[in-house]
Design a protein around this ligand. Structure first.
Ligand code: COA
Length: 157
């Protein structure tokens, strides 16, 4: 069975993430959507809230597991039988950051590959912070995030 890990902050999960996740399922039998908890990075939503939104958003997509780690994504992948990390590319501006991160991950463990999937063009402008900002400003973001995320955004207004 081909297993991959899709790590991220998912603060919150967006339709862009779901798009990349679905694409990755064409190549892998199972994808673990991994909330990589960075205690030094200030998040909009708590770990519990982010995990709840992730779980609810993928519950009807076969082949997806949701988990979290406070450790390294690569270490988690190795421990869970995965030798690929999934990341999404929205625009060329993502490339430099992703290229560096892939290189750092390769340094940690050369056996773990990073595999990139291109986000669909209509999702290229979405980011979690835009979603949070638009929502706080009263903009309808129902086209940008899974339904399950909307009540969490509403609570933050
Ligand atoms: N659709 C929508 N948004 C997307 C996206 C997509 N396809 N791909 C990325 N984004 C956005 C996110 O919404 C987020 O937006 P924001 O900055 O407005 O919040 C931004 O791009 C980056 O988010 P994310 O993909 O979650 O990456 P990150 O940089 O926050 O986290 C980790 C990167 C979690 C994968 C990385 O830090 C990690 O692996 N951490 C664990 C510790 C570790 O292994 N460290 C060594 C790695 S070098």
């Amino acid at each position: 069975m081909k297993i991959a890990v899709y790590p991220g902050s998912f603060d919150p999960i967006t339709n862009g993430h779901i798009d990349v996740l679905k694409r990755s399922l064409k190549a892998f039998d199972q994808v673990i959507l991994l909330l990589a908890v960075n205690p030094r990075k200030k998040s909009h939503f708590s770990v519990e809230e982010r995990l709840a939104m992730m779980k609810e958003s993928v519950k009807d997509i076969p082949g997806v597991l949701v988990d979290s780690t406070t450790g390294l994504s690569v270490t988690y992948a190795k421990e869970h039988g995965a030798n690929c990390l999934v990341r999404g590319l929205r625009a060329v501006t993502d490339f430099e950051y992703e290229f560096q991160m892939a290189a750092a991950n390769k340094y940690i463990d050369p056996e773990v590959e990073t595999v990139f999937f291109c986000a669909e063009s209509k999702y290229t402008f979405i980011s979690s912070s835009y979603v949070n900002e638009l929502s706080a400003g009263g903009v309808d973001v129902s086209g940008l995030v899974p339904k399950a995320v909307l009540p969490y955004l509403a609570k933050k207004k």
